[in-house]
Design a binder for this molecule. Structure first.
Ligand code: GDP
Ligand code: MN
Length: 383
């Protein structure tokens, strides 16, 4: 998952990479300093500059106006609750990243001498990007083949340590300001010995591996300190399964298991113009006779006033569908989500008996064996 810039920069600083002096501001009435500042929306999405989430301000009045405009607005669908306000950095805008390239089975180190918001237009070739093994020496060698700038190499070496120790999927600094003069946070401790140029991270896009979180207590603390920004990751840590909110104003609540099957269902529904609220891989094998997990999911779904229908789709070879049907009935009795209609498709181990039992216990539930008619019924309620 992508960290907001302020959290990403906190990690960069921890590994000795220079970042501009700045602070997180949540209140538009904050008293801005008279000097120039950069105001940046703290949302977990890239391309903020083009979407109006970054403002270069020359004085206190402009900073205050930018805060008033950006705080409380939405950037690419993400509500802005906080801005990072920084001393502006200067210099050439370069691009530096380390990516876990799963397709290549290697890390990819990329450096462009010209970064900035148009970086997507740059081609990846031997002069800008190298694949390498996941160790510090290989990363440093890859970067050394792309640039001879000592300050960039120094940042790259620190970024390599960070990337490996924190088990990241992506560490991207764009822009990396090279060669300018900056007010740097904690500057005295980050001087680059012998370097002719200076480099400071103007932005930080660090993507954590959610599956490594249990080995990374520092990251967990970072996420918990800003819990409202990372609800899905914290939910997974606390509950042990995946529930991802897709559309807070959607109309369909999904009770599904299996990541691939759940994604397929989301695609099928979206292709018909329906709007699922969530993705869910509840892992029926871990329910262990308790409806607690199902009740939690129903509670989260019930918080959406736009919820119109619950769609249960369990296709499972091992899970005993008879047991699942009983847990579902218990969970719906405990949290009926305002009585919205329920459509259930159960296929697999014991599903014939399960459907018969559920039909008798809850005649109000529309029960199906096949996917197509169940989707059609859901669409009737949802669209
Ligand atoms: P992103 O669009 O979400 O990647 O946000 P960035 O933090 O990269 O900001 C977008 C653009 O704003 C950058 O590419 C820069 O051109 C500009 N920018 C951001 N911070 C600074 C700064 O400190 N100084 C200057 N001169 N420009 C900045
Ligand atoms: Mn950027």
């Amino acid at each position: 998952m992508l960290l907001v810039e302020a959290d990403g920069k906190a990690l960069l600083r921890q590994y000795g990479i220079p970042v501009p002096a700045g602070e997180v501001v949540r209140d538009a009435a904050w008293s801005a300093p008279s000097a120039a500042r950069v105001v940046k929306a703290q949302v977990t999405v890239g391309g903020r500059g083009k979407a109006g989430g970054v403002a270069l301000c020359r004085n206190a009045a402009e900073t205050q106006a930018a805060l008033a405009r950006i705080l409380g607005s939405r950037i690419k669908g993400h509500a802005v609750h906080a801005c990072l306000v920084e001393a502006p950095a200067t210099g050439r805008e370069c691009y530096l990243s380390i990516l876990l390239d799963a397709g290549a089975g290697a890390l990819r180190v990329t450096f462009f001498a010209e970064g900035g918001v148009e970086v997507e237009s740059h081609a990846l070739d031997a002069t800008t990007s190298r694949l390498c093994a996941p160790d510090e020496a290989s990363i440093n060698a890859a970067l050394a083949a792309l640039t001879d700038d000592a300050a960039v190499r120094d940042v790259g070496a620190k970024l390599a340590k960070l990337f490996l120790a924190e088990e990241l999927m992506l560490a991207e600094i764009n822009p990396l300001f090279v060669g300018g003069a900056h007010a740097v946070a904690g500057a005295e401790s980050h001087a680059v010995a012998g370097a002719e140029s200076h480099a400071v991270a103007g932005d930080a896009k660090l993507v954590l591996d959610g599956n490594a979180l249990h080995r990374q207590p520092g990251q967990e603390a970072l996420l918990r300190a800003n819990a409202t920004l990372y609800p899905d990751a914290l939910r997974k840590l606390d509950e042990g399964f995946d529930y991802v909110e897709l559309d807070a104003r959607g109309s369909i609540g999904l009770i599904t298991t299996g990541a691939g099957l759940s994604m397929m269902l989301v695609d099928e529904l979206t292709a018909r113009g329906a709007h699922p609220i969530n993705f869910l891989d509840i892992r029926t094998g871990q329910l262990r006779g308790s409806p607690a997990r199902l009740i939690r999911v129903l509670e989260w779904l019930s918080e959406h006033p736009s919820l119109r229908v619950l769609f249960v789709n369990i296709f499972a070879g091992i899970t005993d569908q008879r047991e699942f049907a009983k847990l579902l009935a218990e969970a719906l009795a405990a949290q009926p989500c305002g009585g919205v209609p329920v459509v259930a498709r159960l296929v697999g181990n014991g599903s014939e008996e399960a459907r018969a039992w559920l039909a008798a216990a809850r005649p109000d539930i529309a029960i199906f064996e096949d996917l197509e008619p169940s989707i059609a019924r859901v669409a009737e309620h949802a669209i």
